[in-house]
Design a protein around this ligand. Structure first.
Ligand code: PFF
Length: 456
């Protein structure tokens, strides 16, 4: 039986495990696979700066809001918001935050598992030496041939879902605490090794220039929306994942401190991954805007030319798969915790049911890369593109907007002050400025302007 003030789903042993778990949720395919390729598609420079601004000015206040709501409620996001709505005598409209988060979690996990499956396959390919002394054309052709085979994609997606469901059914705390203690530090070390390779590859100065030069002309309004969406996606914000983890955070941990650490770790991994990938791109005359295959072409190419490259390659893709698993686990937690609370259901059974739903939804993404490559949901968006676009660029920012409005305007001020530990000083003023003005107006402005542009 959980003690009063503790979650029935368990508690992190200390604040560092929360930081590692939340960083485990944040650091994932979004940083290593997605950030480089969408930065490439959107011209680098200005895109990266908008993204960084969104992480720190919009992401941090929203993450603080998620953690404080979760920690106060000590339940799943839906029930945490529900109890706060009752306490603040607010409209039950706000419970939408929780429901929309559950839906976004399903959509994201469905395609996330497919891409994580690619990483699994590449771990294997690296191990058997496929990329020894490969060139860009061969690495590209290997990737295209893999995508053309729906059965392979389906097999790996299934394997990834089975492992995720297995860990999730053991309980997020038991399942995660052991794994993250050693794998997160390893991932950092390997990234540093790769960064060393990038710096000596000859493409590094161009990579730095590509990522940080102010090239506003290369950025469209849709690119601004994508940069904002990426900030939400990479920090796991807007759907209750961090809220669910916040429910297991001990009372004495500082929310601003833990949240800033998580955002910095996440940003470090994304920027490092970007520099590695673009150094290899420029050293080998590849196209930075070549899309979702960017990481799967550049990294094997680099590692294939290194001594002991196969070993590094296996380790790299295994770590990427782990990073994806710790993110996938957090994608299921809001729905899972809710169903366990509501129906007193067994975690294992709920995990299997959720896994099956995501697996079925994911088949649409598997087929988007081959058999249904010409089937569009709207415009030129395949099923994969559509799930990705709608969840990342619309649902997460909208969810985040509602969360920050709820925390900054609806919750009793005293409750927020107690949770965050404010005493009326500069930090509190900064919080009010970011949470009441900058973050909500930032999200709204990007939404309104992009809508206006697409209809104008
Ligand atoms: N933050 C993860 C990544 O960057 O790969 C993806 C993600 C996890 C998004 C959890 C949203 C979420 F709730």
């Amino acid at each position: 039986m959980a003690l009063a003030g503790e979650s029935r789903h368990g508690m992190w042993s200390n604040k560092w495990l929360f930081v590692l778990a939340a960083a485990g949720s944040a650091v994932g395919l979004g940083n290593i696979w997605k950030f480089p390729y969408i930065a490439g598609e959107n011209g680098g420079g200005a895109f990266v700066l908008v993204y960084l601004a969104c992480v720190f000015l919009i992401g941090i206040p929203i993450m603080m809001s998620e953690v404080l709501i979760g920690r106060h409620g000590r339940q799943s996001p839906i029930n945490a918001v529900r109890s706060l709505v009752a306490k603040s005598k607010a409209s039950s409209f706000w419970v939408l935050i929780g429901w929309m988060g559950v839906l976004a979690g399903f959509l994201i996990l469905s395609f996330y598992a497919v891409i994580a499956g690619w990483a699994l396959h590449y771990g294997w390919l690296m191990g058997v030496g496929t990329f020894q002394n490969a060139d860009g054309a061969m690495a590209g052709a290997t990737f295209d041939a893999f995508l053309a085979n729906p059965w392979m994609l389906l097999g790996y997606q299934t394997l990834f879902m089975v492992v995720t469901v297995w860990i999730v059914s053991r309980g997020v705390i038991k399942g995660l605490e052991t794994a993250i203690r050693w794998f997160m530090p390893l991932l950092f070390v390997l990234l540093l090794v790769l960064l060393g390779y990038g710096i000596t590859s000859g493409g590094f100065p161009e990579a730095v220039d590509f990522m940080f030069a102010f090239n506003w002309d290369a950025l469209s309004w849709d690119g601004v929306l994508v940069a904002m969406g990426q900030a939400f996606f990479t920090l796991s914000l807007g759907m209750g994942a961090i809220m669910a983890y916040g429910a297991y955070l001990p009372d004495d941990a500082s929310i601003p401190g833990t949240v800033t650490t998580i955002a910095l770790l996440d940003t470090f991994v994304a920027v490092a991954a970007g520099l590695v990938v673009f150094s290899i791109v420029f050293a080998n005359d590849l196209d930075p805007s070549s899309g979702p295959g960017l990481m799967f072409v550049t990294i094997p190419l680099a590692l294939g030319s290194l001594p002991a490259g196969e070993i590094f390659g296996v380790v790299f893709f295994v770590l990427v798969t782990f990073a994806a698993i710790t993110s996938a686990i957090s994608l299921t937690e809001p729905a899972l915790a809710y169903l366990v609370e509501e129906y007193n259901a067994k975690r294992g059974r709920v995990a299997i049911s959720l896994g099956v739903i995501c697996w079925i939804l994911g088949i649409g993404s598997v087929l988007s890369f081959n058999v249904w490559a010409d089937v569009y949901v709207v415009g030129s968006l395949t099923i994969f593109d559509f799930f990705d676009y709608v969840s990342q660029n619309i649902m997460l920012p909208l969810g985040g907007l509602l969360i920050v409005l709820f925390a900054a305007f609806v919750l009793p001020r005293e409750l927020v002050r107690r949770q965050i530990g404010f005493d009326g000083g500069v930090a509190e003023i900064l919080w009010l400025l970011l949470a009441r003005v900058v973050a909500p107006l930032g999200v709204l402005a990007v939404f309104v302007y992009t809508l206006y542009q697409s209809f104008a």
